[in-house]
Design a protein around this ligand. Sequence first.
Ligand code: 1GP
Length: 252
Amino acid sequence: TKVRDYLLQLLKDKGAIHMTLIDPDKTSSEKAARIAVEAVEAGTSAIMVGGSIGVSESMTDEVVLAIKNSTNVPVILFPGTPSALSRHADAVWFMSVLNSQNPYFITGAQMQGAPIVKRYGLEALSLGYIILGSGGAVSLVSYTRPLPFEKPDVVAAYALAAEYMGFSFVYLEGGSGADPIPPIVVRTVRKTVSLPIIVGGGIREPETARELVMAGADIIVTGTLVEEVDNVKKRLHPIITAIEEGVTARKF
Ligand code: 1GP
């Protein structure tokens, strides 16, 4: 429970945190190490490694090792498939795509991955994963019917189900590079569940991050953002400052 305790303690101390997502399909191990170092300098709390398409175990290994050799923050796998697990990571988001229409993505891949997670000694962080909006590539890959932004009550009902089913975290995913989830959706989920809420997908501006945190997001994930720029620290720092401002401005 090392990584889980670390995250929960950070959330208690700071109110909300940032995580950086690195996709091994889009990022070489050299670039991953550089992104991780700069992201930590900017104040990110953990590095997530994964992607929907084209990620093998050896690619994950290389990226995870490069990050582990250059930073001290936890590396948490965000696997698109059980074959993208790395024994070198600290933990894995052990996720179930709650609104997939294909049972493989709800319990099948998890059944295949569980013995590997155990063999590799990875800490499993149970995560109810809900895909919203246009959903991006991940909704296509996981046979998911994304929940419309206009139906926050349905999103909240899924999140509450995640809480009652015993998941430790819930992830509201808008899809990588898609439109960010509107704050009102996060607000509705926040009123309904006590689980830590992770929000990601299309977050590019500090103002977006600030509003999402004000609405109740606990963990803000950005991926695409850091792939695009040379100066990762300069791009991420305002986002992380905005997260801190969002905590201060919270009204709940
Ligand atoms: C995708 O939520 C993450 O799983 C991050 O999305 O790449 O748009 O930051 P972006």
